[in-house]
Write a protein that binds this ligand. Structure first.
Ligand SMILES: [Zn+2]
Length: 160
């Protein structure tokens, strides 16, 4: 078995037209996050956890934000690609667990949909929890959203 962890943070965008996408789920009535792809901070943290568990580097190595191919990219596709890379290296996901840290908007109504979308992309059960920063720091001032992720991988075709 291999465990991996991931962390990501994105500031809210000044562009009012940007959509907020978290864990592949569009959250209406809230400002979007700034970033090169769709800025899905939740998918990014889980992608980094998968890559880390398989010792395959990080999301910036595989999907550089200098590459126009990833402008506005659907980050669930990046997560699926990371899972393919892990499988090519002989590992498959067992489960993932995430904590999204956001002062606003309230994410509790969306965590089930996020978990379902991420479970489909990871190919293994994903749990999503939402918490607040209790007013502390830049996340607490609702200047952005952060996400922490852990994922467990097992050898392909093996039980341990
Ligand atoms: Zn990111």
């Amino acid at each position: 078995m291999r465990v991996g962890q991931g962390f990501d943070v994105h500031p809210f965008a000044r562009d009012q037209m940007r959509r907020l996408v978290l864990g592949g789920v569009e959250i209406t009535g809230a400002p979007g996050l700034a970033g090169h792809s769709d800025a899905d901070v939740v998918a990014h943290a889980l992608t980094d956890a998968v890559l880390g568990a398989a010792a395959l580097g990080d999301i910036g190595t595989h999907f550089p934000d200098s590459d126009p191919a990833f402008a506005g990219a659907d980050s669930l596709r990046l997560l699926e690609t990371a899972v393919e890379l892990a499988r090519a290296a002989g590992w498959e996901p067992v489960n993932g667990d995430l904590t999204v840290v956001a002062e606003a908007p309230r994410l509790t109504p969306f965590v089930a949909a996020m978990a379902e979308a991420l479970t489909n992309a990871l190919g293994a059960p994903v749990s999503v929890k939402a918490t607040r920063a209790e007013g502390l720091g830049s996340i607490g001032r609702a200047e952005g959203i952060a996400c922490l992720a852990v994922v467990l991988l097992r050898p392909l075709g093996g039980a341990s």
